[in-house]
Design a protein. Structure first.
Length: 426
């Protein structure tokens, strides 16, 4: 039996989410389920799938580590396509201020918010960032996440932005979860550039972006395009340069104010536009036409008591919608996939099927990875989660509690709740 050879048999259902590109509109409802299913993984790659009887006729059980998934649902590993999981310090007191009625943007205007985390992240050693990042990845893994995106943006200077990205690189190598890195140097205006926003954007473009690209430390460039943060013009200037230098584009767009971020994402051919709580109808239609994934972050709307994005409308207009946690120390401190499922289905009125597509194949598409992860298809990575229940419908139904019993990454069991006392076992 070779390493990375697994045969899963007798699953109540294999929810394949089959596909190699983003699913838009109605396509999101079709999960392409195989009842009484089996999946064969060889050397970490999915080799075959189908009904158990048929698979067992062709493949010898003794060649594999066999998992009997009777009474269980088998899904692709989740792809959390928007997080800020590497950071120093915490902001619990700001959470309480928000509860007392002070808004996220007010806190930011008063010098708190992101800048608070910038101070702590600049002061943190690489080891501190690595250790806390590792713990957060372990929590995500136990929730069924096998690919995660992580953003810089708590440095706002060359040294710290590079430090954050290098830590993510090391975590990617050390941890089973694949970490996809995004450069978010334009996340806020640092104290030393107060009142000189254009100068700061030029600094990011001329002094930080080239280092990130030269060291191959990021695949994507993102910007917080928002009133009182970075304007449409400033965002466009930075993103055009990043595109020219070979990075894929992402935007924090139309989160608090309708600024035209969705339209800009479409114009620039961004891979995703994220948040979109206030996106205009025109912007949504343009995103659908341009094939920009709408990455929605209901945990943030919930935590900030902001209105939820119009997910249903976006799907009706043929957008490909992804869901992600936005895990960060300020606006949404959670890695909870079950919470995101609950909010999306209960408050954003999308179906469980659409939510599953949004956290698998469309999450992968939001990271330009729909050809290698995000579904159970032959040739893709053997990234799979097995639920303790017979149907994916239990995910939001079991409110806020994870149903994930086993996680397989590249054909290896890396989390197993059945093995008592050995939860994380990579
Ligand atoms: O996606 N909106 C901007 N950035 C993050 C929040 C970061 C923070 O508050 O630390 C977000 O919500
Ligand atoms: Fe974010």
């Amino acid at each position: 039996m070779k390493k990375g050879n697994i045969l899963i048999k007798n699953a109540s259902e294999v929810v394949t989410c089959s596909g190699f590109k983003a699913k838009a509109g109605k396509e999101m409802s079709d999960l392409k389920i195989i009842p009484d299913g089996a999946v064969v993984i060889e050397e970490g790659i999915i080799k075959a799938l189908g009904e158990s009887d048929r698979i067992l006729e062709t493949f010898e059980e003794e060649d594999y580590q066999v998992i009997d998934a009777s009474g269980k649902s088998v899904l692709p590993g989740f792809v959390d396509s928007h997080t800020h999981f590497v950071f120093g310090g915490y902001r619990a007191e700001e959470f309480c201020w928000r509860l007392s009625g002070i808004s996220y943007m007010d806190i930011m205007q008063r010098g708190g918010g992101i800048i608070n985390t910038v101070k702590a992240t600049r002061a943190a050693s690489k080891k501190e960032l690595y250790d806390s990042g590792m713990k957060r990845l372990d929590s995500m893994l136990a929730l069924g996440v096998t690919t995660v995106e992580g953003k810089s943006g708590y440095g706002l200077d060359c040294e710290t932005e590079i430090k954050q990205l290098e830590v993510m690189n090391e975590l990617d190598r050390a941890h089973p979860i694949d970490v996809v890195k995004t450069f978010l140097g334009a996340h806020a205006i640092p104290k030393e550039y107060e009142g000189e926003e254009d100068k700061f954007v030029d600094y990011i473009i001329t002094e930080v972006l080239p280092v990130v690209v030269e060291k191959k430390l990021a695949e994507f460039c993102d910007v917080f395009c928002e009133k009182n943060v970075f304007s449409i013009e400033q965002s466009k200037k930075l993103l055009l340069k990043a595109k020219e230098m070979g990075l894929g584009l992402k935007l924090h767009a139309d989160e608090i104010v309708q600024l035209g971020g969705a339209e800009l994402a479409a114009e620039l051919g961004a891979v995703s536009a994220d948040h979109l709580l206030q996106a205009s109808e025109r912007g949504i239609k343009e995103m659908a036409r341009a094939g920009v994934v709408a990455a929605l972050l209901p945990g943030t709307a919930f935590s900030l008591k902001e209105p939820y994005p119009k997910a249903k409308y976006m799907i009706d207009k043929q957008c490909a919608v992804a869901l992600a946690t936005d895990m960060n120390p300020g606006s949404c401190f959670t890695e909870s996939i079950p919470l995101i499922f609950a909010l999306a289905t209960i408050y954003m009125n999308i179906s469980v099927e659409e939510a599953v597509s949004a956290l698998t194949i469309n999450g992968a598409a939001a990271l330009n990875r729909a050809e290698i992860v995000g579904s159970i298809d032959i040739g893709k990575k053997g990234d799979i989660s097995i639920l303790e229940f017979p149907s994916y419908k239990y995910i939001p139904y079991h409110l806020g509690v994870s149903c994930v019993e086993k996680v397989i990454k590249n054909g290896r069991i890396v989390f197993d709740r059945e093995r008592k006392g050995e939860k994380i076992c990579w």
